[in-house]
Each structure stands twice: as C-alpha cells, then as structure tokens.
Design a protein around this ligand. Structure first.
Ligand SMILES: O=C(O)c1ccccc1NCC(=O)[C@H](O)[C@H](O)COP(=O)(O)O
Length: 236
C-alpha cells in the first residue's frame, strides 16, 4: 500500500520544528530559460535525494515550463518521495491523469483556476485519493482557500499569472501568513536562494519551502539542498 504523503511531510516538519525543503523540478522558466536538460534529469534527481529534500513537485505545463507527463513519470520512477503536480488545471481529465501518472498531490492555484471550477477539481482529486494544496498570492485567495476547507496552503511569493516574472520574495509569505489559520499547513514557494531566505520562512512559521531555480542552477544541488535544510520552524 502506498504511504507517500505530503501532509505527513508537513506534519513531521511541525513536530520536529524544522522547515522542510521541497524541490520543484522545473525544466525551464519564463524568467531564467532552460533550467534542467531532460538528459540530465536522473542525475539531478539523485543529487536532490542525496541532499535530503523531503518532497518534490513538477510543473507539467509544456508551453512556459517545458514540463510534461512523460517527464513526471520519469520523476515518479526515480523517487519514492511525495510528488505534487503543478499545472494550469482546468479539466477533470487532468485530475485523472495526475493519479495515473503517480502524483500524490496537486496544487490548485486560486488565481489560475476559473471561478466555479475549483470545487469540481478539488472534489475529483479528493475522491481519487490525491492530496490538495491551494496556491494563493493574496489575502482574498487565503479566505477562499480556508472556506474551501484547505489543509495546506501554498503562498507563492511570485505571481504565477505574470508567469513569475515579478520580483516577489519571502516577504510576501511574511506579510500573509498571519491570516492563515494555525491548523493549516503552509508551504512558502518561489525565490529561495540562500539559507537566510529559508530561515525567514521558518521564522514566519511555514512548514516547508519550495525551491526550483536555485537548485537547478547550482553547481552542486546536493550541497545546496543540505545547506537549505534544517532551518528552525517557529510556532505560529
Ligand atoms: O504555481 C502554479 O500553480 C504553477 C502552475 C503551472 C506551472 C508552474 C506553476 N508554478 C511554478 C512555481 O510556483 C515555481 O516554479 C516554484 O515555486 C519554484 O520557484 P523558484 O524557486 O523561484 O524557481
């Protein structure tokens, strides 16, 4: 029986008072161009695992992020860590596809999912056993996520609607986190480069950070992951 769970990773982080590091396996980004060559994927994943990342995500959008279900399947085959899908979700078939590809969780970013679609997508995901993370970028999104019964909220420090071309930093998480109920786990996403950035997320009370570009651009992703790991998580 599968026991991979992103929720469990976040619960453990809270228990141990240590901010977990999640790796976003992002092949390209609109801001930075190519990040991971598909030919280097297996070695890159092994380096992340050796570095002690607690979970992974991957954007499957082919247009802006050069991702895909085929690449996700390669990630799934290489690691037993919890794996979350990032996508511009709009159809129920994408949810079914996520299960078939072996994802454990999906992120429904409330600024990208069409109004009225969120409940349908969430209900299908829950019914099929996927964990659901609500992606937010402002207080309105947080209110909406809470009203939808969120267990996990991901604060994206950058604006995905602007394809993350903006200059958002962890300060967005610091500003918004007080409006998130204590019993909801928080992932702070995007713009993490240094140990000091992760320390700020931990001090704000985020159970995890999601790191993509910095790991992909690092000459030594294993060492960087180790360096980012272990930040103190302060109670909210
Ligand atoms: O966040 C989404 O909903 C999303 C949907 C489709 C494609 C990509 C998406 N997000 C990408 C990210 O959030 C970032 O890649 C991730 O936080 C890592 O950021 P960084 O460390 O700054 O590369």
């Amino acid at each position: 029986m599968e026991d991979r769970s992103l929720y469990e990773v976040l619960k453990t982080a809270r228990l141990n008072e240590r901010c977990a590091v999640m790796a976003d396996v992002k092949f390209r980004s609109p801001r930075d161009g190519e990040l991971i060559a598909p030919g280097n994927l297996d070695g890159y994943l092994d380096a992340l695992i050796e570095g002690g990342v607690a979970a992974m995500s991957t954007p499957t959008d082919p247009v802006y992020f050069a991702g895909g279900i085929d690449l996700a399947a390669r990630i799934r085959a290489r690691t037993a860590l919890p794996l979350m899908r990032k996508e511009f979700f709009s159809t129920l078939s994408q949810i079914d596809e996520s299960v078939n590809a072996g994802f454990d969780a999906i992120q429904l970013s409330l600024n990208t999912v069409a109004p009225g679609q969120v409940e349908r997508l969430r209900d299908r995901a829950v019914r099929l056993g996927l964990e659901v993370v609500f992606g937010v970028h402002n207080e309105d999104h947080i209110r909406e996520a809470v009203s939808l019964g969120a267990v996990v909220i991901a604060v994206n420090n950058r604006d995905i609607v602007a394809l993350e071309l903006d200059t958002g930093t962890v300060s967005r998480t610091e500003e918004l986190i007080a409006t998130i109920p204590h019993d909801v786990f928080v992932i702070s996403e995007s713009s993490f480069y240094t140990k000091a950035d992760v320390a700020r997320a931990g001090e704000a009370g985020a159970e995890a950070v999601l790191v993509g570009t910095a790991l992909a651009q690092s000459a030594n992703p294993t060492e960087l992951a180790k360096e980012l790991n272990g930040a103190r998580l302060w109670p909210r």
